[in-house]
Design a protein around this ligand. Structure first.
Ligand SMILES: [Zn+2]
Length: 509
């Protein structure tokens, strides 16, 4: 393992507006948790150790580096009034109730994606060793469809940006759910290795079996670690560390993205793992020890007081700060009672992952990896087009017209010299958040499964060849009312591949 450099330059992306959006009152996904984490981070003084930056928002055009034009157009225009019509009565774009068309949806996506794209650009520019975007990590979003609370796949967009400068990128996912959207986007290329540790079996999204390893040129470059309920810290790291160490040594990525979904913590409202805060954060600590540019993203996490604790603690680990176990006073202190501690302990649930089961998985994965070539080179590598943020927008002018000098002064007084001189990054300033009102339209229906999924290669820019015209506009509608409970059929992608209906794209990507 490489020695830890004395000091890493950290770029921390945050836009406080993110906390004002609401998926609906009853929805388990609460963007408010990101604001809570940020408030803890500031009250621990971690902002003094990092470049605190407000990301440029991602433009619709930038999102089409991965998503289809028609899907992004839809996201920019949909309202509760037009939802039924634009989705073909719930048969495309937003299917089921997991992904509601809440007020401000596109702006929410542009903040989330803007932070991850900005993170990649910051690493590419050599201005940071580590970038953090807790508003990112929305790993289920597909090329033409929202899934599992995720609309725009900020991770795929960030990876595409990294691939402009790096021959190989490693994506690691410690959310309890399989990182299906990212895996699918890069399933046919060796330039991105995806590695997901997740609950498998009767669980959303249903993908991520041990034998799913990629196809074509990408065969062997998708790694899935299927786990069972109740895995605790020691068992988890008996898998995570040797597998990741091998990937770092053998695949030799130029950059790494770590998705830190916090629904793998004990006591998560939707999860069933048993990781403590420190066990979860050990993955972050482990990745910090490698001298490779690193992007750390959020993801799932539904017991929001524990999400905020964990992401604040992990920020502290990346910033190299020892944090007092007694929480500082903060704007959301009432959430953390009665103990008010910086801790998420394990509980006493059974660990259904026997040592034999874990060993057998590990052996299978390691045997496969040993057959892979060392640091596959990418001669004549295709360079994804540049991911543009708010093009046609002069950041400085925008800043001047939107934010008064008084607000700037207040910011400087509070945050000191943490402002960036980078023209690409707006400093973190918080205009008054918009109050997001919900429309209460909480009962939508969707198809239980997709008709067809094609390999969604992030390199592709062809958004015309795969129109949605193959989707029936009115097929029988099936209620789907439970969050993440649709432990759906085996992935259509794999079914299609096995049936020979789909072959890797002609360009071998
Ligand atoms: Zn999740």
């Amino acid at each position: 393992m490489a020695a830890t450099p004395a000091k890493k330059r950290i770029a921390y992306y945050h836009d406080d507006d993110i906390g004002a959006y609401s998926y609906t009152y009853v929805h388990p996904m609460k963007p408010h948790r990101i604001r809570m984490a940020h408030n803890l981070i500031v009250n621990y003084g971690l902002d003094k150790k990092m470049d605190v930056l407000r990301p440029e928002r991602a433009s619709p055009h930038s999102m089409t580096a991965f998503h289809t034009d028609e899907y992004i157009n839809f996201l920019t225009t949909v309202t509760s009034d037009t939802l039924e019509e634009l989705t073909g009565h719930g048969t495309r774009f937003l299917i089921g109730e997991d992904c509601p068309a809440f007020d401000g949806l596109f702006e929410f996506c542009s903040i989330s994606a803007g932070g991850s794209i900005s993170s990649a650009r910051r690493l590419n520019d050599g201005q940071a060793d580590i970038a953090i975007n807790w508003a990112g990590g929305l790993h289920h979003a597909k090329k033409r469809e929202a899934s599992g609370f995720c609309y725009v796949n900020d991770i795929v967009l960030a990876i595409l940006e990294l691939l402009r400068f790096h021959a190989r990128v490693l994506y690691i996912d410690i959310d309890i759910h399989h990182g299906d959207g990212v895996e699918e986007a890069f399933y046919t290329t060796d330039r991105v290795m995806t590695c997901s540790f997740h609950k498998f079996g009767d669980y959303f999204p249903g993908t991520g079996a041990l034998g799913d390893q990629g196809i074509g040129k990408g065969k062997g470059y998708a790694i899935n670690v299927p786990l069972r309920d109740g895995i605790e810290d020691e068992s988890y790291h008996s898998m995570f560390k040797p597998i990741i160490q091998h990937l770092m040594d053998w695949y030799r990525p130029g950059a790494v993205i770590l998705q830190c979904g916090a629904d793998s913590l004990a006591e998560d409202k939707l999860g069933c793992f048993n990781l403590s805060m420190r066990g979860h954060a050990e993955c972050v600590q482990f990745m910090k020890t490698f001298d490779v540019p690193l992007i750390v993203l959020g993801g799932g996490g539904y017991t929001i007081r524990n999400v905020a604790r964990t992401w604040a603690y992990e920020t502290g680990i990346l910033a190299g700060v020892d944090m007092n176990e007694d929480l500082p006073f903060n704007d959301y202190i009432e959430y953390y009672g009665p103990a008010f501690k910086l801790d998420v302990p394990n509980n006493n649930m059974d660990n259904l992952n026997s040592p034999q089961y874990l060993e057998s998985i590990k052996v299978t994965i390691m045997e496969t990896l040993k057959q892979m070539p060392f640091a596959p080179s990418a001669p004549n590598m295709p360079v994804p087009r540049e991911v543009r943020l708010e093009e046609d927008l002069d950041s400085d002018l925008e800043l001047d017209t939107r934010i008064s000098q008084k607000t700037r002064d207040a910011f400087t007084e509070r945050y000191g010299d943490t402002l960036s001189d980078d023209e690409d990054d707006m400093p973190f300033l918080s205009p008054p958040p918009k109050v997001q009102r919900l429309n209460g339209n909480g009962h939508r229906h969707g198809r239980g499964r997709r008709k067809k999924v094609v390999p969604q290669n992030g390199f592709e820019e062809d958004t015309t060849a795969e129109s949605d015209s193959d989707r029936p506009s009115k097929e029988p509608i099936k209620p789907k009312r439970t969050f993440f409970a649709a432990n759906g059929p085996r992935p259509d992608l794999l079914t299609a591949i096995r049936s020979g209906a789909l072959a890797p794209r002609a360009n071998g990507q």
